[in-house]
Design a protein around this ligand. Structure first.
Ligand code: ZN
Length: 244
Protein backbone atom coordinates (compact mmCIF):
# COMPACT_ATOMS: atom_id res chain seq x y z
CA UNK A 1 0.00 0.00 0.00
CA UNK A 2 1.68 3.27 -1.06
CA UNK A 3 2.23 5.53 1.89
CA UNK A 4 3.46 9.04 2.23
CA UNK A 5 4.58 11.22 5.09
CA UNK A 6 4.29 14.97 4.70
CA UNK A 7 3.96 18.19 6.65
CA UNK A 8 0.42 19.49 6.19
CA UNK A 9 -2.02 22.17 7.31
CA UNK A 10 -5.73 21.31 7.55
CA UNK A 11 -7.77 23.73 5.44
CA UNK A 12 -11.21 22.19 5.84
CA UNK A 13 -13.03 19.28 7.33
CA UNK A 14 -16.44 17.78 6.70
CA UNK A 15 -18.22 15.00 8.54
CA UNK A 16 -18.52 11.78 6.58
CA UNK A 17 -20.62 8.74 7.46
CA UNK A 18 -21.08 8.14 11.20
CA UNK A 19 -17.60 8.46 12.60
CA UNK A 20 -15.36 9.71 9.78
CA UNK A 21 -14.24 13.03 8.39
CA UNK A 22 -13.01 14.21 5.01
CA UNK A 23 -10.15 16.67 5.36
CA UNK A 24 -8.54 18.98 2.84
CA UNK A 25 -4.81 19.23 3.48
CA UNK A 26 -2.31 21.79 2.20
CA UNK A 27 1.10 20.17 1.74
CA UNK A 28 4.30 21.83 0.51
CA UNK A 29 5.31 19.06 -1.87
CA UNK A 30 2.02 17.65 -3.16
CA UNK A 31 -0.22 20.71 -3.04
CA UNK A 32 -3.80 20.09 -1.97
CA UNK A 33 -4.80 16.59 -0.85
CA UNK A 34 -8.24 15.36 0.13
CA UNK A 35 -8.11 12.51 2.61
CA UNK A 36 -10.45 10.53 4.77
CA UNK A 37 -9.84 10.20 8.51
CA UNK A 38 -11.58 7.09 9.74
CA UNK A 39 -13.08 6.89 13.19
CA UNK A 40 -11.91 10.36 14.14
CA UNK A 41 -15.30 11.35 15.56
CA UNK A 42 -15.28 8.56 18.09
CA UNK A 43 -14.34 9.75 21.55
CA UNK A 44 -10.65 9.44 22.35
CA UNK A 45 -9.65 9.06 18.71
CA UNK A 46 -6.07 10.31 18.33
CA UNK A 47 -7.09 11.88 15.00
CA UNK A 48 -9.77 14.22 16.37
CA UNK A 49 -7.51 17.22 17.00
CA UNK A 50 -5.44 16.50 13.92
CA UNK A 51 -8.44 16.93 11.63
CA UNK A 52 -9.50 20.38 12.84
CA UNK A 53 -8.92 23.37 10.55
CA UNK A 54 -5.60 25.15 11.33
CA UNK A 55 -3.98 21.95 12.63
CA UNK A 56 -0.43 21.65 11.37
CA UNK A 57 1.85 18.66 11.72
CA UNK A 58 3.39 15.63 10.10
CA UNK A 59 0.72 13.54 8.39
CA UNK A 60 1.12 9.92 7.38
CA UNK A 61 -1.28 8.96 4.64
CA UNK A 62 -1.80 5.86 2.62
CA UNK A 63 -3.39 5.52 -0.75
CA UNK A 64 -5.96 2.86 -1.47
CA UNK A 65 -8.30 2.77 -4.45
CA UNK A 66 -7.33 6.32 -5.46
CA UNK A 67 -8.21 7.69 -2.05
CA UNK A 68 -5.91 8.92 0.67
CA UNK A 69 -6.56 7.85 4.23
CA UNK A 70 -5.02 9.57 7.25
CA UNK A 71 -3.07 6.96 9.17
CA UNK A 72 -1.15 8.78 11.88
CA UNK A 73 -0.47 12.41 12.72
CA UNK A 74 2.05 14.16 14.88
CA UNK A 75 0.52 17.61 15.50
CA UNK A 76 3.07 20.39 15.91
CA UNK A 77 0.77 23.40 16.24
CA UNK A 78 -3.02 23.50 16.25
CA UNK A 79 -3.29 27.30 16.40
CA UNK A 80 -5.75 26.99 19.27
CA UNK A 81 -4.82 30.52 20.28
CA UNK A 82 -6.94 31.72 17.34
CA UNK A 83 -10.09 30.36 18.91
CA UNK A 84 -9.51 32.64 21.89
CA UNK A 85 -9.41 35.69 19.61
CA UNK A 86 -12.58 35.56 17.58
CA UNK A 87 -11.76 38.37 15.17
CA UNK A 88 -8.38 36.83 14.34
CA UNK A 89 -10.07 33.47 13.92
CA UNK A 90 -12.47 34.90 11.31
CA UNK A 91 -9.55 36.30 9.36
CA UNK A 92 -7.80 32.94 9.56
CA UNK A 93 -10.92 31.20 8.24
CA UNK A 94 -10.83 33.54 5.24
CA UNK A 95 -7.14 32.69 4.66
CA UNK A 96 -7.96 28.98 4.63
CA UNK A 97 -10.65 29.60 1.98
CA UNK A 98 -8.12 31.54 -0.13
CA UNK A 99 -5.65 28.66 0.14
CA UNK A 100 -8.30 26.15 -0.85
CA UNK A 101 -8.87 28.19 -3.99
CA UNK A 102 -5.21 28.81 -4.72
CA UNK A 103 -3.48 25.51 -4.00
CA UNK A 104 -3.95 22.87 -6.68
CA UNK A 105 -3.65 19.10 -6.27
CA UNK A 106 -0.18 17.79 -7.08
CA UNK A 107 1.20 21.31 -7.48
CA UNK A 108 4.15 21.89 -5.12
CA UNK A 109 3.90 25.15 -3.16
CA UNK A 110 6.82 25.12 -0.76
CA UNK A 111 7.27 28.90 -0.53
CA UNK A 112 3.57 29.53 0.00
CA UNK A 113 3.46 26.83 2.68
CA UNK A 114 6.27 28.43 4.68
CA UNK A 115 4.76 31.91 4.38
CA UNK A 116 1.37 30.59 5.47
CA UNK A 117 2.83 29.08 8.66
CA UNK A 118 4.70 32.28 9.40
CA UNK A 119 1.58 34.39 8.80
CA UNK A 120 -0.54 32.09 10.99
CA UNK A 121 1.97 32.47 13.80
CA UNK A 122 1.55 36.25 13.59
CA UNK A 123 -2.23 35.91 13.44
CA UNK A 124 -2.13 33.70 16.55
CA UNK A 125 0.36 35.53 18.72
CA UNK A 126 0.95 39.12 17.58
CA UNK A 127 -1.12 42.16 18.47
CA UNK A 128 -1.03 43.64 14.98
CA UNK A 129 -4.52 44.40 13.60
CA UNK A 130 -5.93 41.35 11.80
CA UNK A 131 -6.83 43.54 8.79
CA UNK A 132 -3.15 44.38 8.37
CA UNK A 133 -2.11 40.73 8.64
CA UNK A 134 -4.77 39.73 6.11
CA UNK A 135 -3.54 42.35 3.64
CA UNK A 136 0.03 41.13 4.04
CA UNK A 137 -1.04 37.51 3.66
CA UNK A 138 -3.07 38.29 0.52
CA UNK A 139 -0.15 40.17 -1.03
CA UNK A 140 2.37 37.43 -0.25
CA UNK A 141 -0.09 34.79 -1.49
CA UNK A 142 -0.60 36.50 -4.84
CA UNK A 143 3.15 37.03 -5.26
CA UNK A 144 3.77 33.35 -4.55
CA UNK A 145 1.19 32.44 -7.19
CA UNK A 146 2.89 34.72 -9.71
CA UNK A 147 -0.20 36.94 -9.70
CA UNK A 148 1.22 40.16 -8.32
CA UNK A 149 -0.47 43.16 -9.97
CA UNK A 150 1.74 45.51 -11.94
CA UNK A 151 1.83 48.85 -10.15
CA UNK A 152 5.26 50.31 -10.95
CA UNK A 153 4.22 51.49 -14.40
CA UNK A 154 1.04 52.21 -16.35
CA UNK A 155 -0.62 49.09 -17.78
CA UNK A 156 -1.75 51.01 -20.86
CA UNK A 157 1.09 53.37 -21.83
CA UNK A 158 3.99 51.90 -19.85
CA UNK A 159 4.88 55.22 -18.24
CA UNK A 160 6.70 54.84 -14.93
CA UNK A 161 4.44 55.81 -12.02
CA UNK A 162 5.51 58.26 -9.34
CA UNK A 163 2.12 59.56 -8.22
CA UNK A 164 -1.50 58.55 -7.62
CA UNK A 165 -2.99 56.34 -10.32
CA UNK A 166 -6.06 54.31 -11.17
CA UNK A 167 -6.06 50.75 -9.85
CA UNK A 168 -7.82 48.37 -12.19
CA UNK A 169 -8.58 45.15 -10.27
CA UNK A 170 -9.72 43.37 -13.43
CA UNK A 171 -6.83 44.28 -15.71
CA UNK A 172 -4.53 43.66 -12.75
CA UNK A 173 -2.59 46.82 -12.13
CA UNK A 174 -2.22 50.57 -12.20
CA UNK A 175 -3.16 53.00 -14.97
CA UNK A 176 -1.73 56.52 -15.05
CA UNK A 177 -3.99 59.56 -14.81
CA UNK A 178 -3.20 60.59 -18.40
CA UNK A 179 -4.70 57.39 -19.76
CA UNK A 180 -8.45 56.81 -19.82
CA UNK A 181 -9.77 54.54 -17.07
CA UNK A 182 -13.01 54.15 -15.12
CA UNK A 183 -11.31 52.37 -12.25
CA UNK A 184 -10.88 54.10 -8.89
CA UNK A 185 -7.87 56.25 -8.05
CA UNK A 186 -5.47 55.08 -5.37
CA UNK A 187 -2.99 57.32 -3.60
CA UNK A 188 0.71 57.12 -4.32
CA UNK A 189 1.20 55.75 -0.81
CA UNK A 190 -1.29 52.91 -1.30
CA UNK A 191 0.25 52.08 -4.66
CA UNK A 192 3.69 51.86 -3.08
CA UNK A 193 2.40 49.55 -0.33
CA UNK A 194 0.95 47.22 -3.00
CA UNK A 195 4.33 47.32 -4.74
CA UNK A 196 6.52 46.73 -1.70
CA UNK A 197 4.61 44.67 0.85
CA UNK A 198 4.85 41.36 -1.06
CA UNK A 199 8.62 41.61 -0.58
CA UNK A 200 8.42 42.69 3.07
CA UNK A 201 8.98 39.98 5.66
CA UNK A 202 6.33 39.54 8.36
CA UNK A 203 8.95 40.61 10.92
CA UNK A 204 8.82 44.10 9.40
CA UNK A 205 5.20 44.63 8.46
CA UNK A 206 4.53 46.53 11.68
CA UNK A 207 6.26 49.45 9.93
CA UNK A 208 3.23 49.71 7.62
CA UNK A 209 0.99 50.49 10.60
CA UNK A 210 2.31 54.06 10.69
CA UNK A 211 1.49 54.52 7.05
CA UNK A 212 -1.77 56.47 6.64
CA UNK A 213 -2.65 54.72 3.37
CA UNK A 214 -2.56 51.06 4.40
CA UNK A 215 -6.32 50.63 4.74
CA UNK A 216 -6.79 52.10 1.29
CA UNK A 217 -4.22 49.65 -0.10
CA UNK A 218 -5.96 46.77 1.70
CA UNK A 219 -9.34 47.69 0.19
CA UNK A 220 -7.99 48.04 -3.36
CA UNK A 221 -6.01 44.81 -3.14
CA UNK A 222 -9.01 42.86 -1.78
CA UNK A 223 -10.97 43.67 -4.96
CA UNK A 224 -8.07 42.30 -6.98
CA UNK A 225 -7.85 39.08 -4.94
CA UNK A 226 -11.59 38.49 -5.31
CA UNK A 227 -11.35 38.95 -9.05
CA UNK A 228 -8.28 36.78 -9.57
CA UNK A 229 -9.13 33.83 -7.36
CA UNK A 230 -12.81 33.95 -8.44
CA UNK A 231 -14.23 31.46 -6.00
CA UNK A 232 -17.74 32.04 -4.73
CA UNK A 233 -17.56 29.77 -1.72
CA UNK A 234 -15.36 32.06 0.31
CA UNK A 235 -17.90 34.89 0.16
CA UNK A 236 -19.31 34.04 3.63
CA UNK A 237 -15.84 34.04 5.20
CA UNK A 238 -15.12 37.37 3.56
CA UNK A 239 -18.41 38.91 4.68
CA UNK A 240 -17.52 37.89 8.23
CA UNK A 241 -14.32 39.90 8.28
CA UNK A 242 -15.69 42.88 6.42
CA UNK A 243 -18.56 43.48 8.79
CA UNK A 244 -16.22 43.63 11.78
ZN1 ZN B 1 -0.77 55.58 -18.97
Amino acid sequence: MPALSTPALVLRRADYKDYDRMVTLFTPEYGRIDAIARGCRRSKSPLTNATEPFAYGEYQLYLRKDRYTVDQVSVRENHLKLTERYEYFLHGAYWLRLLEAAVMPEAPAEGLFLITLKALAYLSYSDLPPELLTMAFEMHLMAQLGLQPRVDSCLLCGRRLEAEAHFDAILGGAICTRCVSDSPIISNGARRIIMKLPRTAFEKIDLVLDHPDWKEAAYAFRQYVIDRLHVEDYAPALAQIEKQ
